[in-house]
Design a protein around this ligand. Sequence first.
Ligand code: ADP
Length: 466
Amino acid sequence: MKVAFVASEAIPHAKTGGLADVAGTLPVYLKKIGIDTSIFLPKYRGMKGSFLCNVEIEMRERLKIRIYTDGIYYFIDYPEFFDRQGLYGSEKGDYPDNCERFTLFCKAVSEFIENNGYDLVHCHDWQTGLIPVYVKLKGINAKTVFTIHNLGYQGQFSISNSAVLDIPQDYFGSEGMEHHGKINFLKTGILHSDVITTVSENYAKEIQTPDLGFGLDAVLRKRSRSLIGIINGIDYNLWNPRTDDFIYQKYDNYENKQKNKICLSNECNIELQRPLIGMISRIADQKGFDLLMKAFDSIVHMGFNLVLLGVGDEHYYGKLRTYERVYPHRVSINIKFDNKLAHRIYAGSDFFLMPSKYEPCGLGQLISLKYGTVPVVRKTGGLADSIAEFDRDAMSGNGFLFAEYAAEDLLRALAESYEVYSNKDIFKILSEKCMSYDFSWDASAEKYRSLYESLSSLKPRNLSSR
Ligand code: ADP
């Protein structure tokens, strides 16, 4: 089976978040089990490959788009749109021409797919949401899977952009590609793909409720029979304390992990004698930063130290930096994207905090488990699917959870974590128990394979616009 994986980011070429980990790793695991998978990306600044061919598309005028390749990757080259500093925007905000940028991307990929005989196109997130429509309109004999990595980002654009899309008028309207009067790329992907997946079973249920449906819950409920959740995995070739070249000392037990805490504390100028919380996260409301701000002083007063690595919403930066000044040697704020430091924080922290408002899957908690860094998470989405409350009598569970999106609840979970930390013997058992969990991609890749195979026997969906 020949599969085209289409995404706006994938490691090792371009990454702003978990999508890149998934889009760069899952195809490798699919290949291992016999699915011939290629990955399509925009050719962003600095990406290199060898020239493969041109495709021609219509974007108000006829354009020739160059396609480059590097191993299993195919890059869509249009420098005017993609040779830029950022993937989606600059410090001023999203690029104003994102609608055109990703329309061009979708058209060029669809054109290439039409010419090169793929059995299935697996699209990821709003940037690829138009592809299932183009596949239908072109009559391409390929099934489409659309994966939602985060329903909060939908690619919504003014209807004045509609001409550039080249999609018939009856596909628009509120029952079609529009939502509240805007073109909505994510809704388009949901409506027109053969199957929709999302990145955990729990999130697949949550997005069908008004609370976490971001206005699209009714649309998702309508397609609920074609909507499934498959949890993401982790690439243990990249994330494994036994083999990790970025960390200070490789380890496979709690004692050797301690060397990493000592070195990380040194590097981040943090005193050593307290439990250390690590956070590696986009700085965004979604990730619970408003909650963190409310609880910050209490977390430090409770006795924790904290090291944070992240970039994102600048309105949090000032306050975070203030905490670093107010709590010298207790708090380290690192506002940057830094893969090496990320590895070191996973290895050197005692706890990993994810107080997310919502979390489709979450990779941080899965990575931190492997590093014996105990997750403290809000019970939502994939966090609820992967972390179970530690019970010291039964010695069951692998972390600490809180349900309400409230500072008191977060602090209650941290108080419990602190208590367990205070008993070194129990904490060591818990840390090493965490290391033993297996969230490798093998099991999830198998699930995608069965999905792909079940689709290949499916009759083509009709060409209706809804
Ligand atoms: P997201 O919603 O951002 O996709 P995930 O938990 O699914 O969240 O994935 C985030 C990924 O990005 C993880 O691999 C995490 O380690 C990494 N990451 C996030 N912020 C940074 C940063 N500032 N520097 C390095 N890695 C980061």
